[in-house]
Design a protein around this ligand. Structure first.
Ligand code: HGY
Ligand code: MN
Ligand code: MN
Length: 413
């Protein structure tokens, strides 16, 4: 199949999927269990069916397309990514990997490959954790790591739980356990994804062979003070939640910088209650997202945040909660599959390099238990999780051929 055709198919599908956003003209906002998610899933089901795949949705909201192998009971080769997005994000994060997995199925068929085992293309639900502050919901459910209690526990900022959001979307959260795949039924997982960082673009390298994904811990911190009049309350009589919280928040980035090894920490969301300019805040909520390839660093920063909150809230006379939303350790990806792709890149004359991923992915949770590999394509200027996120369609086409070659090897050995 000529590269132009492959590029054209990928472009048509990614252009078609752009419509499913809650913020048209301001980037992609496709949160889990929303009408935008429903639109994207139905579109994906359509192109999976066009590619001749057997299509279904599971109890967690994931969408699968199956290309049957000679031995359907043998551990399958699964390829895909997530179809959800962040708020006002880009048009490629996750969804391009789902489109390229369906493209790989097409290429396998066009090559006349007779797979010894099933090939499964997948679109995972809620990888980002954007709505509920969590992460990897769909891939975690496939592994059997999500249950009804989890669905009831985590809520969005409107107080809607995963459980209720699933019901509103037409799923039965009581059946979340049915999303788990049988032990041994998945032999390997392949994920094609944009780099979301500056390395490949800056070094003019065409493809990234991902050997490690950072570990992540996420928290929602709530600091409690007391509402008072901003004019009449003397400074030494206040229980000012903002004063206490900002003394902690202002230290977090420096604690990450001190590690000087790529460790990062981000406070991406801050919300004050009641939020009046002439009212001393009675409550501040803020998120913390800490990542490192060295798990000790993550634990150390978490410990320092907790100690600072203990001190500052005691000084202020208030209290706090620090709710853990996600804890996942760093993961090393499959050297065997990376070697196969590296050899193929060299044979095809594509420049490539091994690199770690500072972004989390479905591969982060799946790679904890299964042979997993990722292939990156360059992100223009390293930008992602914003509307300007951009990757050339021809870059996806190249990567889809390399990934299809890997899948063919795994399917026929
Ligand atoms: O947050 C991340 O790193 C990923 O984009 N979910
Ligand atoms: Mn992603
Ligand atoms: Mn993302």
């Amino acid at each position: 199949m000529p590269m132009e055709m492959i590029t054209g198919r990928i472009a048509t599908n990614l252009e078609g999927l752009k419509q499913f956003t809650a913020t048209p003209g301001e980037g992609c906002t496709r949160l889990p269990f929303t009408k935008e998610a429903r639109g994207a899933v139905d579109y994906l089901k359509g192109i999976m069916a066009d590619a001749g795949l057997e299509v279904w949705e599971d109890a967690a909201g994931n969408v699968f397309g199956l290309m049957k192998g000679e031995d359907p009971d043998a551990p399958c080769v699964m390829m895909g990514s997530h179809y959800d997005s962040v708020i006002k994000g880009g048009d490629f994060d996750g969804i391009a990997g789902v489109v390229c997995a369906i493209e790989a199925a097409r290429q396998l068929k066009e090559r006349g490959v007779v797979p010894k085992r099933n090939f499964v293309a997948v679109g995972f639900c809620d990888e980002e954790g954007m709505r509920f502050g969590t992460g990897y919901f769909g891939s975690g459910a496939m592994l059997g790591n999500r249950d009804v209690e989890y669905c009831k526990k985590f809520k969005d900022t409107d107080g809607i739980s995963i459980y209720d959001a699933m019901k509103g979307y037409g799923l039965d959260p009581e059946r979340i356990g049915e999303a788990k795949w049988k032990e041994g039924s998945i032999g390997s997982f392949l994920e094609l994804h944009i780099e979301q960082g500056p390395v490949l673009d800056a070094e003019h390298v065409e493809l990234g062979l991902v050997n490690c994904i950072v570990g992540i811990q996420r928290y929602m911190v709530t600091v409690h003070g007391r509402s008072d009049h901003a004019g009449t309350t003397p400074m030494d009589m206040r229980l000012d939640a903002v004063d206490a919280a900002t003394k902690v928040i202002s230290k977090i980035a420096d604690w990450a910088r001190e590690k000087a090894d790529g460790t990062v920490a981000t406070v991406g969301y801050i919300h004050t209650v009641p939020g009046g300019m002439n009212i001393v805040a009675e409550q501040v909520e803020f998120t913390v997202d800490i990542r490192s390839s060295n798990n000790d660093n993550i634990n150390d920063i978490t410990k320092r945040i907790r100690a600072a909150l203990d001190y500052e809230t005691k000084q202020m006379g208030g209290s706090y909660e620090m709710e853990n939303k996600l804890t996942i350790t760093p993961v090393m990806l499959s050297e065997e599959m990376l070697d196969i792709m590296e050899e193929d890149c060299k044979a095809k004359g594509y420049s490539c390099k091994r690199l770690a991923s500072g972004a989390g992915h479905d591969s982060l949770e799946i790679g904890q238990v299964l042979p997993t590999v990722m292939l990156f394509v360059p992100s223009k200027d390293g930008r992602s999780h914003c509307q300007v996120e951009f990757t050339k369609y021809s870059d996806f086409a190249k990567a889809s051929v390399i990934m299809t070659d890997l899948a063919e090897k795994l399917l026929t050995r």
